[in-house]
Write a protein that binds this ligand. Structure first.
Ligand SMILES: Cc1ncc(COP(=O)(O)O)c(C=O)c1O
Length: 365
């Protein structure tokens, strides 16, 4: 027998895979400002932690990653039963749809947001409800989430791709009335002023997801975690791959979490660079959204004063041809005239500013 398309499951037939930002194979020669990675290396503490674990690689890892869960729960002042760790926070988002959605239990998301929510809902064969934002500033109307009819609702805060933060009051209003599970995806919360951690005590139907890919510089390691009530965590644990976090990831993540000095230092550098980028762009009259993340969402203006999807596309292509990778999102009218620029180190950002000046200058000719 040979493989035939008829062997595919119904969910896979209608499925569209996630499309990540470009990841150059050689890595080195491009300035990567397109997938919100951290420009600094991870904590130097990682080296000894990984080296010390090498000989143990013949053994399976501890399935629930108890020590790492302990470390995370101590950091956030929670119990270890309120923590689940995953192979990146994408793994946790996937577990959420596995456990709390199906053909009858719908998934909701604010549109546009992180497009993986749609992917994990579709793999589960679950209908997706797209709730529009209230305005172009990506404001959330709590009533539109409460009345969405979803059983599982994803909210990104700070929002991607805009960087906008939402208040605890907004979440409290939603959680008080929403009948189902609310996931607040806080992938970028370490760069923000507010987060929803204080609501975990109040609402047992809240799941907060965090990643170590951004603020801890561990995108290549794949480590994320979920925080919720012990009841919800035990449900998620039932669907988790038994060995979803390998030995190296467990010890490396613990070492990085414990190095608070390095974490604060690199995070503050990124926030400083973010503010420098915002003021540069504003000087050129580019509209920017206030960002609580490690990226800035901005509407480019060319030398003729024009904005719009064609201008954003032109800038994206101009920079790509000079091996500076940023992101633009032509699929949605609220994002099509904008670009998203991840925060790099000072040197890379200075090169970016030079190229942006050239782009503006070129437009004048
Ligand atoms: C909003 C959001 N959530 C989750 C993730 C995934 O993070 P991880 O690398 O932990 O899978 C990303 C990655 O870009 C993201 O932008």
């Amino acid at each position: 027998m040979e493989y035939g398309a008829q062997y595919r499951s119904r969910n896979i037939c209608s499925h569209k895979a996630y499309v990540p930002g470009e990841q150059p194979v050689s890595g080195g020669e491009a300035i990567k400002l397109n997938t919100n990675e951290n420009p600094y290396p991870p904590s130097p503490e990682i080296k000894n932690a990984v080296l010390g674990e090498l000989e143990s690689l013949r053994l399976y890892p501890n399935p629930p990653a108890y020590e790492l869960r302990d470390c995370i729960s101590t950091l956030h002042g929670l119990s270890a039963q309120q923590v689940i760790v995953g192979n990146g926070s994408d793994d946790i988002l996937n577990l959420c749809t596995r456990c709390f959605s199906d053909e009858n239990l719908k998934v909701g998301m604010l549109d546009p947001s992180y497009s993986l929510y749609e992917v994990v809902a579709s793999l589960q064969g679950s209908a997706l409800i797209r709730v529009p934002f209230a305005d172009d500033a990506f404001s959330v109307d709590p009533e539109s989430v409460i009345g969405s009819g979803a059983n599982l609702f994803f909210i990104t805060s700070p929002h991607a791709p805009s960087g906008r933060e939402y208040s605890v009051d907004c979440f409290r209003q939603i959680l008080k009335e929403f009948e189902g599970i609310v996931v607040i995806d806080e992938a970028y919360a370490d760069f923000a002023e507010q987060n929803a951690l204080c609501l975990l005590d109040e609402f047992s139907n809240l799941i907060i997801t965090r990643t170590m890919s951004k603020s801890y510089s561990l995108a290549g390691l794949r480590l994320g975690y979920g925080l919720s009530s012990p009841e919800v965590v035990s449900v998620l644990d039932q669907a988790r791959d038994v060995y979803n976090v390998d030995r190296l990831a467990q010890v490396a993540a613990s070492a990085c979490l414990k190095d608070r000095v390095y974490f604060e230092k690199t995070r503050n550098e990124i926030i400083k660079e973010r503010e420098r980028l915002v003021s540069k762009l504003n000087e050129w009259k580019w509209e920017t959204s206030p960002s609580g993340a490690n990226f800035v969402f901005a509407r480019p203006v060319n030398a003729n004063g024009a904005t719009g999807p064609a201008v954003a596309k032109d800038l994206f292509e101009f920079l790509a041809s000079r091996r500076i990778l940023i992101r633009y999102f032509p699929q949605h009218e609220r994002t099509a005239s904008h670009v998203r620029i991840s925060i790099g180190n000072r040197q890379d950002m200075d090169i970016l500013y030079k190229r942006l000046m050239e782009w503006i200058h070129q437009e004048q000719q």
